[in-house]
Design a binder for this molecule. Sequence first.
Ligand code: IPM
Ligand code: MG
Length: 389
Amino acid sequence: MTEQQLQAALKKFEELVREQSERSDRIKADKEYLDFDKLDKIIIGVCGGDGIGPIITKESARVLEYMLADEVKAGKIEFKVIDGLTIENRIAKMKPIPDDVLEELKKCHVILKGPTTTPQAGSDMPNIESANVAMRKALDLFANVRPVKIPEQGIDWTFFRENTEGAYAVGSKGVNVDDDLAFDFVVTTTEGTQRIARLAYEYARKNHKDRVSIINKANVIKTTDGKFLNLCREISKDYPEITTDEWYIDIATAKLVDEKRRRDFKVFILPNLYGDILTDEAAEFQGGVGTAGSANLGKRYAMFEAIHGSAPRMIDEGRGQYADPCSMLRASVMLLSHIGRQEKADLLEKALDICMFDEAKLKITGRSDGATCEQFGDYVMETVKKLSE
Ligand code: IPM
Ligand code: MG
């Protein structure tokens, strides 16, 4: 390493410290949560994404529009289609979210978003940041809430994944000091941790969940995970009726496979990267990532999405129309609940349980031997209709 390389690396680090310190101040100052009851009209943005994204998003939006038709007619809810979050457009503009798209997103209160393709470092695509990650940051969607349920095994988990910090905060701004040495950075802020912990404990209290598990690797990643763990512990003291336990991410990953032990888990709080990994594992027990929805919540905005990717291979092989919309429909349940339409959320959830498990008249296989995405959407709507008669 030359002196010049050292200075260049230090300068980059200085920029990151300034940027993250400003962000920390900003999120600390931002106190108010949006109150949906006070809005004259709720605007739901529908953003298709790439690959199978537009197909499964369109289907879920169709189900939502069906369920909210009266309120749309009365002018209380508006659906707004937002184009331009495709990989082609993002590459053309060299931005994870093109400016005009972000402007449109900011005019909405909640967003239903399809999977978007993430260029991987080392691929032949330019190295732009993931649109998910960029949107979570741009709209400060600090909580990634991911439920996983397997009723017959007594599993009912809710993951509260911190969504804007940890290894993701400056994940696209690591430093290659020279040909031999590279750094990435992990970021933990006080407000960033307290707000996710508070949300998780409030959820546990409201929903009578008697256990919260704090996931960390504070034995090794001492500074940032240590801070995360300590702050969560502090918050836990305000919830004495809830048992708090602490798990290192490695053993937590193992315990999720332990059939005797795993049903004891209820609510998890996790730093970003551990949350990313553990929620894919958890979703796999439930029937795969295709069955899991996810809410990205901030104080002002909220975005609802699948937990899986855009499955470009299905499109390349001409199987797009057979894509499974269940993840986006599960995300739609969370959207309905978030905007205060709890009865409709319960109705859609019940219909999905019937269509996916109890009755399961149509099977989605991802291929032509299974139902199409649209047929499944029709099936869900028929079931909703039957349940409401
Ligand atoms: C998720 C995804 C994203 C993440 C990817 C697509 C960047 O895996 O939502 O879990 O890592 O957060
Ligand atoms: Mg993931």
